[in-house]
Design a protein around this ligand. Structure first.
Ligand code: ADP
Ligand code: GLC
Length: 493
């Protein structure tokens, strides 16, 4: 089957979070199943910086006020997956992917409108229609929205089906109605049954309504988002499409994330020989600037976007009991200024224990996975979460809140079974309780080794999830005309 992924970030070209890891790895796993997979991404300032790339096509973007023009460049082929880079310097040659100085770019909706039009026009230029267009999050939601509206009569796309994967319901791509026309969207879409949402345009809502199938990145999150607590205001829309909604757990790419082969570590290790992990811990404490490092003290690792989603306000509430517990915290992250400030303040207050780097640093992210003893993710909500799965492989038992993919991937340790420590209630008491249980287990070496081994033996590689996506592609392709645009409020399901 011919499939084009359309996404706003993907390894190795661009990354701010787990979406990029998924877009880097899932296509490879699908190509290995025999599908013809392309990946369409924006070319940002940092993408293949300084390299001249072969131009594959020039595309015309049919904006109503004036036509705009962009090029699509060849990102090369790797593991059977062809990458296409949408080059529009006006929109994408900027320092950040989505924001600067903590503020979203005000023209984000137009930027990704250009990107989505570019994807559709590029497909047309290529001459052969895809069977499936696989879109991800609000930035590519305009693909199904345009197919439903602007391109509705285009015979080229008659057989193409769209699957839309929600990686995070918290980011919806809101824009003022005054921008509709500039984005080449008809006002008829701006209704409660369409993309209108409390007076604004909502691209994620359109992605959910106008795609042929919707998936999200864990089974539990697929259930949660149909409730008021987790639905971010879109629970009603999701419930109306639940017959076409499925949770498929993300896999991880063990070519990138495996302590036995990881080239970014000072030493490698395996479940049967963990010596290299001790070397990584020593190196981590040094790199994070620990004075008089104490190897016997457990290190609690954090690698994260600093966002409200991730639950770090709870950490502020447990600082005192946590620091009384003789542990190190080794935290790496960037994001919302208030959390960056919070971590900086903790580091200033407890310089011997709270080790913080406010930065984006892939090598250090790998070193924390390997050198920490346990890994902390107290998320308010977590669609899937990848770091806890990496942590299992790196022998770094996770302490997580039982939500979304964290709940689906981690089993609480009890008796001899389990891979980490879970708490349910979003509260400081529940969090410190789980951390204390983890520290207690860490002090009992036989038990701790057992938990490490349980986690390291888990397999979350992509093929199984890729097969689930492939099954949906096939079902959609077989669905004929009935599969397309079955939007709630338009055609009953
Ligand atoms: P999310 O996508 O919500 O940010 P995930 O757990 O799915 O959460 O994925 C986060 C990914 O981003 C992981 O690969 C993680 O290592 C990486 N990451 C997050 N913050 C940083 C950082 N400051 N430096 C390096 N890598 C980071
Ligand atoms: C999102 C989610 C995260 C998920 C990632 C990849 O950014 O916050 O939980 O793992 O996408 O699907």
């Amino acid at each position: 089957m011919k499939v084009l992924f359309v996404a706003s970030e993907g390894v190795p070209f661009s990354k701010t979070g787990g979406l990029a890891d998924v877009v880097g790895a899932l296509p490879k796993a699908l190509a290995a199943l025999g599908h013809e997979i392309g990946v369409f991404l924006p070319r940002y300032r940092g993408t293949m910086a300084g390299r001249g790339l072969a131009r594959l096509a020039s595309v015309t973007l049919p904006f109503p006020s004036a036509l705009k023009f962009a090029t699509v460049e060849d990102g090369g082929e790797s593991n059977g997956v062809h990458a296409y880079l949408f080059n529009s310097p006006q929109y994408f040659d900027r320092d950040g992917l989505y924001q600067a100085h903590g503020q979203d770019y005000p023209d984000n909706a137009q930027r990704f409108a250009a990107f989505c039009l570019g994807a559709l026009e590029f497909l047309k230029r290529s001459g052969s229609p895809p069977d499936i267009i696989h879109c991800h999050d609000w930035q590519s939601a305009l693909v199904p929205i345009y197919l439903w509206s602007l391109y509705r009569e285009d015979p080229f796309f008659e057989k193409a089906r769209v699957i839309f994967t929600i990686h995070n319901l918290g980011y919806q791509g809101l824009f003022p109605p005054s921008m509709l026309a500039a984005m080449a969207l008809p006002t008829s879409l701006f209704t409660m049954d369409g993309i209108e949402y409390y007076g604004q345009g909502n691209l994620l809502k359109g992605g959910i309504l106008y795609s042929d199938f919707i998936s999200t990145v864990s089974r539990k999150y697929a259930e949660e988002i149909q409730t008021k607590e987790y639905g971010c205001g879109l629970e009603g829309v999701l419930v109306s499409r639940k017959a076409r909604l499925q949770g498929i757990l993300n896999g991880v790419d063990y070519d990138e994330w495996n302590p036995a082969t990881d080239k970014l570590l000072p030493a490698n290790y395996t479940p049967s020989d963990l010596k290299g992990k001790e070397t990584c811990k020593v190196d981590l404490l040094k790199r994070m600037g620990a004075r008089n490092p104490q190897a016997g003290r457990p290190v609690i690792g954090i690698v994260s976007r600093f966002a409200t989603q991730k639950g770090f306000d709870l950490i502020a509430e447990i600082t005192e009991p946590l620091m009384a517990a003789e542990v190190y915290v080794a935290a790496l992250g960037t994001g919302e200024p208030q959390y960056e400030e919070l971590f900086r303040q903790m580091a200033a207050r407890y310089p011997d224990k709270f080790l913080v780097k406010v930065a984006y640093d892939n090598t250090l992210a790998h070193l924390i996975e390997a050198g920490a003893d346990m890994f902390l993710m107290p998320s308010r909500y977590e669609p899937c979460g990848l770091n806890q799965i990496y942590s299992l492989k790196y022998g770094t038992p996770p302490v997580v809140r039982a939500t979304g993919g964290l709940d689906d991937t981690i089993q609480d340790f009890a008796g001899q079974t389990g891979t980490g420590f879970k708490f349910s209630e979003y509260s400081a008491e529940a969090l410190i309780g789980a951390i204390e249980r983890a520290i207690e287990a860490y002090r009992r070496p036989n038990i701790w080794r057992k938990i490490i081994k349980n986690g390291m033996s888990k397999d979350f590689s992509w093929p199984q999830s890729a097969r689930q996506y492939a099954a949906i592609y096939e079902q959609l392709a077989k669905g004929g005309a009935a599969g397309r645009g079955l939007a709630a409020g338009h055609v009953p399901e």
